[in-house]
Design a protein around this ligand. Sequence first.
Ligand code: UD1
Length: 330
Amino acid sequence: MLSSSMNILVIGGAGYIGSHVVKTLLQNDHSVTVYDNLSTGCRENLFAAASFIEADILDEARLRAALAPAGRPIDAVIHLAALKAAGDSMLEPERYAEHNICGTIKILNAMTAAEVRLLVFSSSAAVYGEPQYLPIDEQHPTEPTNFYGATKLEIERILAWYSRLRDLRYAALRYFNAAGYDPDGDVRGLERNPANLLPVIMEVALGRRTQLRVFGDDYDTPDGTGVRDYIHVSDLAVAHLAALEHILAHDRDLVLNLGTEHGASVREIYELARSVTGREIPVETAPRRAGDPAKLMASSKAARETLGWRPRHSDLETLVQTAWNVYAGR
Ligand code: UD1
């Protein structure tokens, strides 16, 4: 363990990525309080060793109370609570603006009021938009093609101002495609109505959906299907702690991509899923989804060099197998 034990508020800690972050923090002897409204997170993802506050980020009074508890003060916040369906964000911009932008501003203001000055923020590869070159590094232009990505970029800009004006120290982590489940099987909550590739494939494997709709098979990629950089959620989780330790030790802000630098196609993934699950997984070709680039891959050089971070579980086999273990109830 690099730093002494911290008391950390994990906002969105009952969600898919948040629960993996909580597990990593607890394993490293930090004290954790989860703050979550359970709108997409689930009770099943809560760890007994963490305290839990069921509340919404739009509720300023509850936020202020959570950030200034009667007992041990909060040392840092990890904020992962957001709406994340890129397609929905184009249909319901008001909801995305309110939750992702207003909600985060309320967190920041409650943090400054309570003099909590360390933050790790969940950002996204969606801040970049259509890639102008690959792999995408942190200097790549940021021109989001969906409103979800725009909400994340807006918050990154505000964070830079709070850093200057309020001495907030932050890490904005730009995730590529989070996938897989805790290899130890300690996180078992399934996402409800998933739209992302791997959970959809898992639901097809279980017969909960009739087929996988492959959004486009005529892209300029080796097999014609979309290529993405899939990163194991446990690798993401470790990066949150490493980022927190880094900004604490070096008193500087970080904006980092988290990906593997390797691309995998939709077809590679469903073919591998057929062999891992032993299930048929029917597919049909569907039209391209609006706003989907052909290929997205991260340069994660900065995260490697700054944090000494390396993905350990992000090979495709582990991604698919750990997801299947949970979906198949193993
Ligand atoms: C998007 C966002 C990402 C966000 C993530 C979370 C962009 C560019 N990326 O990732 O920032 O964090 O959602 O929701 O906005 N696919 C199918 N059939 C399906 C589902 C997906 O063929 O039923 C294909 C997609 O076309 C794509 C790949 O699978 O090629 C991955 O899609 P998905 O899991 O939805 O993630 P992204 O759209 O890459």
